[in-house]
Design a protein around this ligand. Sequence first.
Ligand code: ADP
Ligand code: MG
Length: 688
Amino acid sequence: MFLREFSNEVRFLKGVGPRLSEVLGKLSISTISDLILHCPRDYVDRSRIDHLKDALKKEKVNCIVEVVAHDYIGKGYRKTLKIHIEDATGTAVLLCFGRAFLESVFVPGKRFLVSGTFKYRFGEVQSSNFEYEPYLPGNEDFKAIIPIYPLTAGITQGVLRRIMRGALDVIRDTIENELPERLITAYRFPHKSEALRTLHFPDSTASLLRARQSLVYEELFYLQLLIKRRAIKRRIQRKSRSPVPFALENRLLDRLPFSLTKDQRAVISEIKQDLFSPFAASRLLHGDVGCGKTLVAVILSLSVIESGEQVAFMAPTELLARQHADRIADLLQPIGIRIGFLSGSVRDEERKLLLDELQSGNIDLLVGTHALFSDDIAFRNLGFVIIDEQHRFGVLQRLSILKKGRNPDLLLMTATPIPRTLALTAFGDLEISTIRMQPEGRIPVITHLTREGNESRVYRRVREEISQGRQAYVVYPIIEESDSLALKDAETGFDRLSREIFPDFRCGLIHSRLQEDHKRKVMEDFSHHHLDILVATSVVEVGVDVPEATCMVIEHAERFGLSALHQLRGRVCRSVHQSYAFLIYGVNLTEDGIRRLKVMMETTDGFRIAEEDLAIRGPGELLGVKQSGFLRLTVSDLIRDKDILEAARKDAFSLLEDDPGFITPENMTIREVLNRAPPFSDEFLDGG
Ligand code: ADP
Ligand code: MG
């Protein structure tokens, strides 16, 4: 392929010197392939030039204008630059929020191409949402659909476009179709080389759409192939477990004061099939906070224990692991199950004793933290590994615990519901079980939105609740006062709340920088109701369960991500009482901040919230794996391209079912074809 035949480095492109290649480096572009895969973030249709007099008539106009003058609105660091522009037909104003540098760009008398959305405000035709570039007669980017790229300092749209054209010319004849011809014909996809050119320089909206679809399809098709092949590969890890009469499970179910939900019963029987199949299973169980996942995992453990094997149950924090251990002990000790607990704070003699018991098989179920991964931990017969809040564990950690048994089954759990598109990609090679419903009788939380400055109203409500014997959380975005962030912090908040606002109530403070012992003490005090108010950071986010806590106050709610807000709110619908969430927002709201708060007001459905979260943050952020480069989709967008994903998946799977040997690893992904790393880190999938 061309890329290996001659140098693929972008600095050898015509017109790209050392300076420019350094600038491109900042956009993570070092090869021609990187460059070609630097996709436009938007397009401007300049095939027609509009007149300023029509600026309000169309959603977006595209005008050639001359700069008349500048001035400012507001004062000090908050002042905003205003640029007055005109063409032969009218005048308008560009508002440059946070773009004061444009003063030196828009020099009066100069001409620019401006594309934007205009509104009529304060007696003027204004735009704060516009793209611009100097208008040079004879510019070839004129009268066409023009790509708008993500940029960095030191490079302009015009320059990037010129380089891009050059690169596309260089590679034009070397790009081959990768997809099977049959599919290309069936979908009537353009040739890949044409598709890439069209992606950057479309000659019509229709051809752009088709080009993009073909590239997205190709990317997702190879991703699904990869996923399916791994799933097939995993099917050969054998285990043996004899059927059991489920006596332990029945004993537990008899003792429960409630019956299982339909979803709980369904996933239990689904996962039991895994447990008694001849192959080691990897499954993800997801469902909203409080839907009863832990109970499901405990019930499943009983089958494994009954067949004479051991179970490991892991949680990401000491706090959570302890809480699980306590609850599991309450459930299982009465039916004779031997439970152990291990964390970093279990040391010396106690630890030694525990390890002995574990090795000799005197412990059936070991609950713990990362400590379970340690080298010196050995099980007699580990058959089932359960990992709660799986996203908080690394892949290698997961692998190391699996190695402690002979192909044990793996159950990953997460309280962040996973949108379907993510389930099919990020977790595509895992079996997935979903609990959608909540146990009956839960009273939905009531959510209030309050502007900063009106907290006293919230405090009054909290006071009423506490006076009736309830408890409250007050959560802050940061631990201590910070100069750089004008935010309220937990320590200052704690001082104020405990001294001025609620001097008559018992307040505690918890955050990640406290010692484990201290944290545990505070948490215990709160859950035993020796404290009325728990001031905290988002450490209380995961799984903590205190039934009398009915108020969740979140300061600077706009600073928290959707899933954190949802998890925090999930802390207070745990009992028979009505519960409340008070979201207090600060003055400087971003668009995303507003959107998040709106979603929180609209719904308590974790699945909906997760979809929104995916839309706002993208898959990398959502899974907390952006850094590792995992799920590095180049052209695809998991929200927009849902339907293509489904189609690509179906095609890829049926292809592999028919011909498991199809596709060699060399021609796997669009990115690899263009000489780069695969979109997935192998590690992740192997670990899952
Ligand atoms: P998750 O781990 O999904 O957040 P848990 O398993 O911790 O949920 O369950 C939350 C609470 O609901 C626990 O107190 C649990 O005993 C209770 N619970 C679980 N299943 C049911 C059910 N079917 N009916 C009533 N309560 C249930
Ligand atoms: Mg849980």
